[in-house]
Design a protein. Structure first.
Lengths: 421, 170
């Protein structure tokens, strides 16, 4: 039986309050980090743990931190990406609502490691309860000396500010988030320079996801080997999985990285609804290509899912059963990406507009011969040709739907109707 | 605190005033309900930033409303997880009982109905946000009960069914 780490306070009454967090051992990791370790030692520890970013890309966290230049004369910033917008994902909201101090402690240790004195939590504006809880937690942590000047008697000073987003999926892309924080329209930047060298206000900046930062205190207390001992060595650790869609027990599950997708859906989340059969699962938010039922024995980690032609992404697991039309799902996903395209680069802005038009007419039974070839051609024009991963995610998802469920698209065109409605 | 004081306090968190435009717009929208031109200009003046910068953001981010919205903004998620849990049926029902289409506002100014992208609460799909609150695991009966509750809140506050003098925007 796997013992929850990140969600251990999930059902504890008043788990969001400092007193509860301290009673469960909270802020001992920060004290240990400041007393026993230099910043470089913390970076090494996180490198050794093989912690990889939980926001979607899976970049090694310790390596990201090590790219921050030591002496630049500029302030350094830590940004927490809490702009959880990937459809099917709700893990960061629940951490912030139920256990916000875990995030604050993770931020304080991470800021100490990279030499930042200021952090901004970029949190989506819809998350009003999470915002309120985090605000309260920051105030409590300040009052108790876990934030502020000369924390716990050390030379380390650190403050955390909340910055509310205002409804733009693209802000989850780290350079778009930086532009948004600077008070501009959220549009991705050309890289290099990478944020670690030139990020917020052109200063060295590290951007980490909520869940990634929440792992850090546990690594400090329990060690890198403990973390690496959970799940696959190259993609280890406890992991939050968001289960939703046509499944009996939707919800947030904490299990080891690498758990088979079928076990997650069928054993933990109770499998399909009564009388239905599994048809496909989107394993990592709608940017992740769907996996048909026959492929569900794949491990839920960065490398196994990549090898299977999909990705772990945000671990937003969306379950689709046999009552659902894949053309409809694919159309809705592309409508989302089209709506959220920031408009900066042509392949994404114009390409997705075309893809939506073609998909909508296919779905409505008004598709023409050649439409599927046109969709494939449009995907080719978008994939790899955009500033950021938004266009890539859209193209990869559509390609997978076309590859695995071509018959449904063909039937819409030939029979001029949807066979499900 | 006045709106100006709240905005100035928010601005103190950033080394650059331009960063404070987003928080300032959220504060101004809470104050005014929506963000018409004169409010945008007031925000620009308080922060001492270019007006075009403020307009740029107010028209980019979907949580900012440059047009009036109803007292209760019903924001129904229709992204994939909610769609798979039949959010379409709820939209059709809401359109019927409110007598408006998606994007519209009831003539009494009480309800604006919108569909929105993923609210990040898929474990309780289908889900709808009204003001600051999330309402999940919705079905038609729960939607009806929610609308009744919202109407009752207004009745209690005003002693009347209708609160707005006319359609918003007039």
């Amino acid at each position: 039986m796997f013992e929850p780490v990140l969600l251990k306070n999930l059902d504890v009454p008043d788990g969001h309050l400092l007193a509860t967090y301290e009673a469960g051992g909270g802020y001992r990791a920060l004290a240990k980090a400041l007393r026993e370790h230099t910043p470089d030692e913390i970076i090494d520890l996180v490198k050794k743990s093989n912690l990889r970013g939980r926001g979607g890309a899976g970049f090694p966290t310790g390596m990201k931190w090590s790219f921050v230049p030591k002496r630049t004369g500029k302030p350094k910033y830590l940004c927490c990406n809490a702009d959880e917008g990937e459809p099917g994902t709700f893990k960061d909201r629940i951490i912030m609502e139920r256990d916000p101090h875990q995030l604050i402690e993770g931020m304080a240790i991470s800021a100490y490691a990279i030499g930042a004195e200021t952090a901004y939590v970029y949190i989506r504006g819809e998350y009003t309860l999470a915002i309120a809880r985090l605000e309260q937690a920051i105030a409590e942590a300040h009052a108790k000396g876990y934030l502020g000047t000369r924390i716990l008697g050390s030379d380390f000073s650190f403050v955390v500010h909340i910055h509310c987003g205002a409804g733009a999926y693209i802000c989850g892309e780290e350079t778009a988030m930086l532009d948004s924080l600077e008070g501009k329209r959220a549009q991705p930047r050309l890289k290099p320079p990478f944020p670690a060298v030139e990020g917020l206000y052109a200063s060295p900046t590290v951007i980490n996801n909520v869940e990634t930062l929440a792992c850090v205190p546990h690594i400090v207390v329990r060690g890198a080997d403990w973390f690496r001992g959970i799940g696959p060595d190259k993609s280890p650790g406890p992991k939050l999985y968001c289960l939703s869609g046509q499944v009996r027990k939707p919800g947030l599950y904490e299990l080891p990285m690498g758990i088979p997708l079928r076990e997650l859906v069928c054993d933990y989340a109770g499998g399909p609804l009564p009388g239905r059969k599994l048809k496909a699962v989107i394993p990592g938010g709608v940017s992740a290509p769907l996996i048909p039922e026959r492929g569900l024995d794949v491990g839920m980690d960065f490398d196994s899912l990549a090898a299977a032609g999909s990705m772990l992404g945000s671990a937003g697991v969306i379950v689709i059963d046999d009552s659902t039309c894949i053309v409809k799902v694919a159309t809705r996903i592309i409508e989302f990406f089209h709506h959220e395209s920031c408009g900066k680069c042509t392949p994404c802005r114009e390409g997705l507009n075309w893809v939506v038009k073609v998909l909508r007419r296919v779905e409505a039974g008004q598709g023409a011969p050649g439409d599927l070839e046109q969709l494939a051609e449009l995907c080719k024009g978008i994939f790899g040709n955009t500033f950021c991963a938004l266009g890539d995610g859209a193209a990869m998802g559509l390609r997978a739907a076309l590859a695995h469920f071509e018959d449904e698209f063909v039937a819409h065109i030939e029979e001029r109707r949807c066979l499900f409605h | 605190m006045t709106m100006r004081e709240k905005i100035e306090e928010a601005a103190s968190r950033y080394p650059d005033q331009r960063s404070a435009i987003m928080p300032a717009l959220l504060i101004a929208q809470r104050e005014h309900g929506h963000l018409p031109g004169p409010v945008l200009e007031e925000v620009a003046d308080i922060l001492g930033v270019e007006r075009i910068w403020v307009y740029e953001l107010a028209t980019f981010y979907t949580l900012f409303h440059t047009e009036p919205v109803g007292i209760f903004h019903l924001q129904l998620c229709d992204n994939v997880s909610c769609m798979l849990c039949r959010s379409e049926d709820l939209l059709r029902h809401l359109e019927e009982v409110l007598g408006i289409k998606k994007g519209g506002t009831t003539p009494d100014g009480l309800f604006t109905l919108s569909t929105v992208e993923c609210l990040g609460a898929c474990e309780m799909a289908p889900v709808m946000q009204v003001g600051d609150d999330y309402h999940g695991d919705l079905d038609i009966a729960r939607i009806d009960a929610l609308l009744d509750r919202l109407r009752a809140t207004v009745r209690q506050a005003t002693g009347a069914d209708l609160v707005a003098p006319g359609p918003p925007g007039e």
